[in-house]
Design a protein around this ligand. Structure first.
Ligand code: NAP
Length: 354
């Protein structure tokens, strides 16, 4: 039984994941306080205002930046539940890992949770963490003594130079548990999604999932794909898991959200079976030696490529099924729906029309 609270706060409400969460909440009749960096920017907030128009819940937009403690107190007023989703998601070509990832992620978490400490109405915080807070590289699985990662695992191998995005998410989640443990008025529930795929509610061309799917359409893998696996979950299921993590009275702890793992070649096969031969989808796996050369050209450090190429990447999402009652869409559905949206938006084009 879901408990429907008073107003709820969603940080980073315009993001790819958060937009689906805001939609799910508004359609359930929940009033949403939404923080964004610039409420007046129609490109960032237009889709949220449009969703709110037909919904039974109300939407109020607030300005807040992760680096600035001001802003969250006002947005959190009267809220019983806080969804903290905002965090920089940059995996490729990070200029300054400390400035661009670690600082905003950790300072933002501290600012939001400090505000929760000051807001007497808040009873629960749901943190959008990630599977990357449970592992650093796929090779880490060899050290955990199991065939898949689960909620008992923590990423101990990332740092500011090696996998800095993963490091930023690990530090943020650890900080959140530490801050939650220092008081007993609000409880913390974490959700740890895998690679999120599926259609977006805005034309968000830089979302990580969009970048991953574009590589399939633009010929990056035309001569073959590296031996890499992705652990995939659908954006609509991630939103639903957030709602349940926030509203199920007994929800607690961490929840891995992964529908299944697929290799790049398997993703190519799924796309070919649906979209045909008009796109340069990969047909074979390239050798790890060739993949290492490709990685260099892509700006992917050799240390990252070596610790992920050829290693399986598997997760146990049983806890999300049991504790949150989730049943995930198969990755094939997310892959096809996501590529279809890129096609509809003109972000990928069939070879014949280039
Ligand atoms: P996204 O679309 O890039 O959303 C990130 C949100 O964070 C945006 O609203 C962004 O605002 C906000 N943000 C970033 N830096 C900020 C700052 N300094 N101040 C205020 N807001 C800031 O990415 P997403 O995929 O929806 O990610 C949402 C959450 O899910 C993140 O915590 C991410 O780590 C987590 N996650 C994502 C995936 C995935 O595959 N997408 C997987 C696991 C976990 P702007 O639009 O103004 O930049």
């Amino acid at each position: 039984m879901l408990h429907t609270p008073g107003p709820v706060l969603v940080t980073g409400a315009n993001g790819y994941v958060a937009s689906w969460l805001v939609k799910a909440l508004l359609e359930r009749g929940v009033d949403v306080h939404a923080t964004v960096r610039d409420p007046a920017d129609p490109e960032k907030t237009g889709h949220l205002r449009a969703i709110a128009q037909g919904a039974s819940g109300t939407l109020s937009l607030f300005r807040a930046d992760l680096l600035d403690p001001a802003g969250f107190d006002r947005a959190m007023m009267e809220c019983t539940l806080v969804f903290h989703t905002a965090s920089p998601l940059i995996v490729r070509n990070v200029e300054d890992s400390m400035r661009d990832l670690v600082e905003p992620a950790t300072r933002g978490t501290r600012h939001v949770l400090d505000a929760a400490d000051r807001a007497p109405s808040v009873g629960r915080v749901v943190l959008t963490s990630s599977i990357v807070a449970t592992y650093g590289d796929a090779a880490d699985l060899e050290d955990v003594g199991k065939d898949r990662f689960d909620e008992s695992h923590w990423n101990t191998t990332s740092n500011v130079r090696h996998q800095p995005y993963s490091y930023s998410k690990t530090l943020s989640e650890r900080l959140a548990w530490e801050m939650a443990g220092r008081q007993d008025r609000w409880d913390l529930v974490a959700v740890n999604p895998g690679l999120v795929l599926g259609p977006g509610l805005s034309r968000h061309t830089k979302a990580e999932g969009v970048l991953v799917m574009r590589d399939f359409g633009n010929g990056y893998y035309r001569f073959g794909a590296p031996d890499l696996e992705f652990a995939i979950v659908d954006v609509r299921d991630v939103a639903e898991a957030h709602v349940r993590a926030g509203m199920l009275p007994d929800a607690n702890g961490r929840h891995i959200l992964v529908a299944g793992s697929r290799t790049l070649v398997k993703i190519g096969a799924v796309l070919r079976s649906h979209f045909g031969d008009d796109f340069p989808f990969p047909r074979r796996t390239v050798s790890n030696t060739a993949a290492l050369m490709l990685a260099s050209r892509r700006g992917i450090p050799q240390s990252v490529a070596k610790r992920n190429l050829g290693y399986p990447l598997r997760f146990d999402s049983g806890r999300a099924n049991d504790a949150l009652g989730m049943s995930f869409r198969p990755p094939e559905e997310s892959i096809v729906d996501h590529f279809q949206q890129l096609l509809d938006d003109g972000l990928v084009k069939p070879m014949a029309s280039r």
